[in-house]
Design a protein. Structure first.
Length: 255
């Protein structure tokens, strides 16, 4: 049986690599290469949900990348937020470059986790990785901050086991921007929705809908949201970025 001191030690000095299990490494060099070695790419789920922003992913959700995400999300390997945040920052840069290049401050808005999931895990994975990504972007010279302004307005069913249509129905109208959140976003900067994983794109599409609705309510739509177009990304200035996309459960086109 593990003692509390062993769990505490693992937060500072992990017992094994989060990707492959190699001893005494947060994420070994080989697993870092799997996570961050390739250039982030545009990804499209099939079918693509209406209103989905242009999405860039750092890596496919498989093998060592999958293991690292699960270790961080489900097993509390919080130290992995650092390398996962670096990977997410790369996907954010790719999205910014495809939308006209860097320049304005970047506002990272994480897709929210259900309250029950946060309680069960003891942390919010997407929020933690988004915070790490914002720090990585700042270190590289891009003004960035994380704004956790999205929240669930109603309970939703567990998404596992649901198909693409069922996920869209399950999440329809489920998210909203917290009071004052739209004003914070409208102060300036490019809004980028971020998450740790995309399967069907339903969560990111619903998050984008909630942002649009919030700006319509306050009557102050910033440039980052004003040009939003259709599901194919035409005229879409609201980016989205993820650490990994899941080609194994649902079809994902990597461009």
């Amino acid at each position: 049986m593990r003692g509390w001191w062993q769990d505490l030690t693992d937060l500072v000095l992990p017992a094994e690599c989060g990707g492959c299990g190699r001893a005494r490494s947060v994420l070994c060099s080989a697993c870092r290469t799997r996570l961050m070695g390739a250039a982030p790419r545009r990804v499209r789920p099939v079918p693509e949900p209406p209103g989905l922003p242009v999405v860039h992913a750092a890596a496919p959700y498989e093998d060592e990348v999958r293991a690292a995400l699960l270790a961080h999300k489900e097993r509390g390997a919080l130290v992995l937020a650092g390398p996962l945040g670096v990977a997410l920052a790369g996907a954010v840069r790719a999205g910014l470059a495809s939308g006209g290049g860097p320049g304005a401050p970047v506002l990272l808005v994480p897709a929210p986790s259900a309250r029950r999931a946060v309680r069960a895990r003891g942390h919010d994975p997407a929020r933690r990785i988004a915070l790490a990504a914002a720090g990585e972007l700042r270190r590289a010279g891009t003004p960035a901050r994380m704004l956790a302004v999205l929240r669930q307005r109603r309970a939703v069913a567990d998404q596992s086991g649901l198909n693409s249509r069922q996920r869209l129905d399950n999440l329809a109208g489920a998210l909203e921007v917290a009071a004052g959140g739209a004003r914070m976003l409208a102060e300036g900067g490019r809004t980028v929705l971020v998450d740790d994983l995309m399967t069907t794109g339903a969560s990111l599409a619903e998050a984008a809908r909630a942002l649009r609705a919030a700006f319509e309510d306050v009557g102050d739509v910033p440039q980052a949201v004003a040009g939003m177009g259709g599901p194919n990304g035409t005229g879409d200035m609201l980016s989205a970025a993820v650490v990994a996309a899941s080609p194994s459960s649902f079809e994902i086109n990597w461009n």
